[in-house]
Design a protein around this ligand. Sequence first.
Ligand code: COA
Length: 160
Amino acid sequence: MDESPLIIRAYRDTDLPHLRRITVESFGSVALEQILEHKFGIWGGRDWKARKADHIDDDVAACPEGCFVAERGDEILGYITMRIDRTNLRGRIPNMAVVESARGLGLGRRLIQHALDFMRDEGLKLAQIETMASNAIGQHLYPSCGFEEVGRQVHYAMRL
Ligand SMILES: CC(C)(COP(=O)(O)OP(=O)(O)OC[C@H]1O[C@@H](n2cnc3c(N)ncnc32)[C@H](O)[C@@H]1OP(=O)(O)O)[C@@H](O)C(=O)NCCC(=O)NCCS
């Protein structure tokens, strides 16, 4: 087993292919994109993995300074992304993932705490995160990190 310390560091451009891979390996049934594919099949020649991985491109393009990577040695074990709304002093965590082999060891919690510290240092006053109803881990982890449930959203879609 790698004895190197686990560090959380700022995102670098060279991380992007790794974050895309971790995303498609991690999200599976908890991704809205996959649920859409189960219901409507593939459209436009792009599957749920391609669309979900694109979310990470969007995150790092919109807010590269709010993206952090958990690394042991030279292996990336997880990441967290943020969007920062400086006008309304609010931050949001759109995506996070931990590789399956490193789950259940507190890394997800560490990434969230890191993101919350970053938001506080930026002077933000409110943090938001959301999860699908099918994501049992998110519904356990986020309240246990201090988030309170404030509302539920229903997703609709139709074929065109
Ligand atoms: C969500 C995710 C990032 C958590 O990473 P992690 O490193 O395993 O997180 P932690 O170890 O810090 O905490 C996981 C918690 O969930 C709990 N848990 C694990 N399986 C669970 C289940 N089926 N139901 C409820 N809670 C569960 C663990 O016991 C732990 O809680 P505890 O610290 O109180 O014991 C990881 O599961 C993941 O990548 N999932 C797929 C992608 C995803 O769902 N991303 C978030 C949506 S944006």
